[in-house]
Design a protein around this ligand. Sequence first.
Ligand SMILES: [Zn+2]
Length: 395
Amino acid sequence: MRAIETKPIGDANFYKFSIDFVDDKFIIGGQSLPLGIITHDILNIPVDKQPAIGDVGNELITLYSRLNSENYSDELFISIRETIEKTIKVIKKIKPFSYFNINGEYDYINFLLSDAKIKEWNHSFSSMPIPNINFVPEGTDMYDQAIILTEFIKSYMYLCTDTVNFYNIAKTYFVNLTENGFRDKVLLAGYTKEFFSHEGILQWLEEMNVTDFTHNFTLEPGVWMAPVIIKNKDGLAMLGRRIHFDRMLNFYVTDMFEGLAVGHYSWQCGICNKFFFMETARKQLYCSAVNPEYGVPCAYVAKNKLNMPKQKKSDGRGYVTWKHRKDSIRREKYLTNNNKPNAKYDVETCLKASELINRYFEQAQIDFDYAENGYEQDMALDHIFAEAKRLLGKK
Ligand SMILES: [Zn+2]
């Protein structure tokens, strides 16, 4: 008996994937991300990609029902392969799909649907009295592979339809959340309860998934969980839980609710209408991405527009660190200006250091990865002064 999961890293293929949840983060394919980011990524799938995802999803549904009702044909199997390849092409560069093991997807295609494999399928089916996938005799290799094949195709059907459906629900949820101004955990919980017990929403969810295989917007019992011990970025052991998912929707819903539970949410920018991701209850109103129409971040656009509520600098990401460093640099400058014996840096270096912390802060408003992985290191006081001296060519 094994009490804990010992595989160092979970699978990251659409057909079979498991995610490690630790604190307010999760790990997919070795990459650590904040809870709620999958939902956020779906909200930000480029508008021009969405119809394509829906279209390949519908093509796959048609092929899947043909697979179940028709007898074997090379044409059918080749169409399945081509449509799955087309699906990968549409999704592989966009988040959240790019977090998955895309090369592994091609390995599965090779294993199940290569030209040589199709010859083999052809051969096996032609020896059957009824050459249909539902009549493959149990207990054979062919049966095992037929199961993997159908699960593999289903994972893509789920991926497409679940993404389109979940996008619509999540968008309605977070647009309303923004309009109501709910940010802290208690408000998020109350709003969530109200939203998902609303008569109209329930009816909508009911009508949204009326095909045989996409029943409802519900978690299915296919989800299961195991304890896992993994190393954090400092190499220390952490206890977490590895959840195995057999359907994309289960992962989406888990991500959204686990994210909300720790106070992570998406917020709609009042200027560009895109969603940005928040991990605190701070009242950031506008996204920090550069607005293509104005060439400056939306927060600056709002600053210069009449009638727009103004965003405070203190609501920006990483503000507390910025404020501490600003005070430290001011103290250094004071020591220097007053010729104190413990003064370490000249005025020019202090000014450069001020410029640097402003630059790092601005960068953290625009770049999520930087805010998460580079900002705090760059903002270490030693680093700031060393960098200031380097830029000034001082020893
Ligand atoms: Zn914006």
